[in-house]
Design a protein around this ligand. Structure first.
Ligand code: FPP
Length: 278
């Protein structure tokens, strides 16, 4: 399906050059990003980690605007994990909370200019009240925008999301008499924080780590993964487009065969040529 690309002319020249190499018929619908490397970015410059986070917040806005210009419907960013909340020094957690509030205050106008709607996933009810209030304000102020939906994962962990989903599904089974044997994948999906969203087509991770860090574990079952060594504060719209270009070179098989591959005629093989396999 071709996406709304009517604002492509607003891309800076270098991004436009990469965009022209893309197949507009095969753009992803949903890109999720694990933004990593803020601390290393600062360390390389002998700066405190806070500067890395600050620069990371700037990078967020660049990427959001490129996403909106190419008409990407869904962009989900891992901004603050449950583990960040539990395992980082209080001073860093407080700084990240302040940064989030500042980011929202400073960028809602730009989100509106770019037709971006902001939403959140995670155990956001456990965030400080002044952060929740600003989040709610930003969501309300951008509610009617119809371009990119920017979802920030905040105080998010995929295993906790599954726990919350199963709790709510169990409550439903008690209320409605839904029988365990009748539960299928769509019932789980309905109770996830992401029930209203398509699964990501592409997951990007910055700073070179080869792990998924408890992010969207259910939803990325068939997602293409792209890891770049670039640290998040250096990530820009052009790098999003390069990741999409790489994605377009992949063949998504969802456990099936490549197009045009003929299945082996297993029935005609002698029994001793059949070996156990996965
Ligand atoms: C990882 O860097 C990044 C985070 C802790 C989360 C991402 C936060 C931001 C991009 C800043 C603010 C975001 C918004 C939406 C305003 P790290 O500290 O783990 O880096 P390191 O692995 O190099 O130490």
């Amino acid at each position: 399906m071709s996406l709304n690309s009517s604002r492509v002319h607003e891309l800076p020249a270098d991004e436009a050059a990469v965009y022209r190499r893309l197949d507009p018929e095969r753009l992803p619908h949903h890109v999720a990003i694990i933004m990593d490397g803020n601390g290393r970015w600062a360390g390389k410059r002998s700066l405190k980690r806070f500067f890395g986070h600050q620069q990371g917040a700037e990078a967020v806005q660049y990427v959001v605007e490129t996403a909106s210009r190419i008409g990407l419907p869904w962009l989900t960013l891992y901004a603050f994990s449950l583990e960040n909340n539990l395992r980082r020094p209080k001073t860093e957690v407080n700084f990240l909370m302040r940064l989030l509030r500042t980011y929202l205050s400073n960028n809602v106008q730009r989100m509106n200019d770019n037709n971006v709607r902001i939403r959140y996933i995670g155990r956001t009810e456990d965030l400080p009240v002044e952060v929740r209030e600003r989040m709610q304000w930003a969501a309300e102020a951008t509610r009617l925008n119809t371009g990119t939906t920017l979802t920030l994962a905040l105080n998010y962990g995929a295993r906790s999301e599954l726990v919350d989903a199963f709790r709510s599904l169990c409550a439903e089974t008690q209320r409605t008499g839904l029988r365990p044997d009748d539960i299928d994948e769509s019932d789980i999906h309905r109770h996830l924080y992401t029930a209203h969203m398509p699964d990501p087509d592409l997951l990007i991770r910055t700073s070179g780590e080869m792990r998924v860090s408890n992010f969207l574990l259910w939803q990325i079952a068939y997602t293409e993964i792209y890891v770049t060594g670039r640290l998040w504060p250096d990530f820009r719209g052009i790098h999003l487009l390069e990741a999409i270009e790489d994605y377009q070179r992949r063949e998504r098989r969802y456990g099936g065969l490549s197009d045009g591959t003929e299945s082996d005629d297993v029935a005609s093989l002698p029994a001793n040529q059949l070996v156990a396999g996965r």
